[in-house]
Structures are given as C-alpha cells and as structure tokens.
Design a protein around this ligand. Structure first.
Ligand SMILES: C[S@@+](CC[C@H](N)C(=O)[O-])C[C@H]1O[C@@H](n2cnc3c(N)ncnc32)[C@H](O)[C@@H]1O
Length: 278
C-alpha cells in the first residue's frame, strides 16, 4: 500500500490525468523478449491501479492478472476491464507486491508501472521495498520470464517536472524512496535478472495534456495525478501556489513555465527497464 498517498480519494480522479504512457514499449518487449509468443503470455500487472496499462495490453496476451493493494483503485480497474473479466481473460484481485498471492513460476511476464516509490519495508525502507518486490517478481516469473519496470529516476524527478523544484522537501523525500539507478540495476542482477534494455521515452508525460497547466497545483484532483504532492508539507505547498499565482498575475507564467519545463525534453520523466529472469 502507499503510506503517503491517498488512493481512496485518488481513485475517483486518477484517470482525469493519467493513462498508459509509452505502453508501446511494453508491447514491443512482450513481442521481442517474452519466452513464448505474446499471444501465449500470462502477464501480471503488479500495482495495476485503475487498469490503464492492463486495458491496452491485455488484447495482446493470453491472460492478464492484475493485483493492487487499494480496493477502490481495483474497483475502477474491474469496471474498466469488465468485459475481459467476464470473458475469463482477466483476473483482478487485491494483493501486495511484497507478497503476491501466486505460486512460484506462474507468469511469463510481469510489469510494474509507477509503483516502486510507494513501497516500504524495514529501516532502509524504500530500498528494502524495492528488493522485496524484485525478489517476489523473480519468484512468480517462469525461467526466461520477462520483467518490465516503469519508474522515475532521481534525475528525471529533479529535472523532468516543471514543478518539483517548488516543493523541495517532497522532492528529496520521493528521491529517498527510489533506489538510484545503479543500485536498482544491481538489485535486479542479484535477484537473477539480466537487464536487456532501458528506454527513456522523451514524449511520455506523466499527466498528459494536463501536465502543463500552471494552475494545476491549486486543485486537489490535479495534484492527485502525481503522488509527489502528497509529500509536500502544507507550508511548502502554500509557497508553491503563491509563487505560481504571482507569476500568473505578473504575466510571466508562460515564459517561466517554458524555462522550467525545458530540461524534460532531454531527460524525460520515466525510465522503462526490461529484464529477463535467468
Ligand atoms: C501511481 S499508481 C500506478 C497505477 C498503475 N500501475 C498505472 O501506472 O496507472 C500506484 C498504484 O500502486 C498501488 N500500490 C502501492 N503499494 C502497493 C503494494 N505494496 N502492493 C500493490 N499495490 C500497491 C496503489 O494502490 C496504486 O494503485
């Protein structure tokens, strides 16, 4: 579960700004690296949320299992994917990435989209949470199985979002919850994965068309589209909103936004990891 972001509220508004960004990378990976033809794949969407990635990918695979900890996110996924559920090609259930409700060697492919930063276990919690999840995925994947992970790197969090520098405490906290790239690569290797590719889709934007809305941070439903806002202390949040209002009033909003969004074009917002279980 997420200990810092309220997905019970977020479930109702999540799809206003979020969709399956860059899912084509996963489709290509399924076609190229899965141990069986894509149409034979049993795919697990771990932390499936409202089912956006499941919705676009399930037509290409044999069976899709979705697991999420939050009942309301899961209910949204069930409504969205009702046809597949009724037809028996999709199964959705509550469960945690840290302890999947599945036997060993069950899946041909597992994907985790934008969930790792929500995990925690133990003292060095974020990183232990990553390790626990990676080990769980290694357990439920068949030998040769495909592991696809979509997460933000520290650099992307720092330079890929025009607003993150306005909430520095939240930014530091979310970075502390995500393993640095080299450490994550090592975790994958230690769990028995070979990293096959790492893609940064420069045109993939977390909140899609809503991302460049400078008035967005004033609205809870917009903030619910990026959980980093839940980590901002009230004072920091207020300061960010005040800065943005002042920019709009002084007519500088457009050029300020362009300047602070410029690095995203080079670093992107998300990294797509493709790994294969040895
Ligand atoms: C940012 S959303 C991503 C949802 C979906 N993967 C997507 O990309 O649209 C994060 C999701 O992770 C789920 N989550 C957080 N911790 C979890 C855990 N330990 N086990 C399963 N799901 C978890 C939340 O309930 C939420 O639905």
């Amino acid at each position: 579960m997420s200990v810092f972001h309220n997905y019970t509220y977020g479930a109702d508004v999540y799809d206003q700004t979020r969709k399956a960004e860059a899912f084509e990378i996963w489709l290509g990976a399924l076609q190229r690296f899965a141990p069986v033809p894509a149409s034979e794949v049993r795919l697990l969407d771990a932390g499936c949320g409202t089912g956006n990635y499941a919705e676009v990918l399930h037509p290409f695979v044999r069976h899709l299992n979705g697991v999420d900890f939050n009942p309301k996110m899961l209910a949204k996924a069930k409504a969205k994917l009702s046809q597949g559920v009724e037809a028996g090609s999709i199964t959705l259930e509550q469960g945690s990435l840290l302890s999947f409700p599945f036997e060993a060697d069950t899946f041909d492919a597992v994907m985790i989209n934008q969930v790792l930063h929500h995990l925690e276990t133990g003292k060095d919690f974020a990183r232990n949470g990553h390790r626990a999840a990676v080990n769980e995925v290694a357990r439920v994947l068949k030998p040769g199985g495909l592991f696809m992970i979509n997460a933000c790197s520290h650099r992307q969090l720092r330079d890929g979002f025009w607003y993150n520098h306005l909430i520095p405490t939240a930014l530091d906290t979310v970075c502390a919850r995500i393993a640095p790239t080299t450490m994550f690569a090592q975790m994958l290797n230690e769990a028995g994965f070979e990293i096959t590719a790492r893609h940064v889709p420069l045109n993939a934007i977390m909140q899609g068309d809503a991302y460049l809305d400078i008035s967005g941070p004033h609205r809870p439903e917009w903030r619910a589209g990026d959980s980093i806002w839940s980590l901002a202390p009230d004072k920091e949040m207020g300061g960010a909103c005040h800065t943005l209002s002042a920019l709009v009033s002084s007519g500088q909003a457009e050029s300020w936004l362009a300047t602070h969004d410029a690095p995203r074009i080079h670093v992107g917002q998300m990294t797509f990891w493709i790994a294969v279980k040895n």
